[in-house]
Design a protein around this ligand. Sequence first.
Ligand code: MN
Length: 244
Amino acid sequence: MKTRPVVGITGFHAHWTYPHGADLFTGVERVYTDGIANAGGMPVLLMSNPSTLDDALGMVDALVLTGGADVDPIHYGHGRALHTGDSDPERDHFEISLVRRALDLGIPTLAICRGHQLVNVALGGHLHQHVEGHEGNERPAAGFHSIEICAGTILRQVLARDHAEVNSLHHQAVAEPGESLVVTARSTDGYIEATEHAERPLLSVQWHPERQKDSPVWEELLGWLISETTRVAGPGARESVIGS
Ligand code: MN
């Protein structure tokens, strides 16, 4: 019997080379699956095969859109700039359809890094194809910066603070927010670091909270995501959240 809300996670594609040959994989970092499981959800990896889209939407109670490759600028009508990395056409197409449909259905969604940029593109916004000073690493001195969290937003309510120190592992950023997206945080140099949907349960962050082990933000965002599923999921999901 299902007791946990099912949280669909978008995966990346990778080649893995064995001594006897190579294969193509769909994968996801364990920080995502472990975090969702620890928050009371049932993490399920979604494939990018378009024939699975309807069933994926019918199965999940929530979504986490994960990090990964640059979204192809063709999806926002721009040419490919010099610094834009290789894109994954299958993943782009699947996830743009997935997030549009999920928003229509009111499926709670948390979007991270590439996922944050992809949501913006899916809603008609566009991206800065390269920004300076944000493509850091996970060394605190080099890769972190402050963000200001905007008053009157769900993000501010969920995180209950007006500033945060976040990692910065991106080289693109939201330039023009998509339809119905509200800017919820900016870096001190003015870039958009988070958005949320004005009417639907969607939080979207540019940084990687799942990699900040000394910060409660990952748990707080997942707590929001799981609690949102009780609005749409059955009694089993509700009991598992309240009882945990
Ligand atoms: Mn940043």
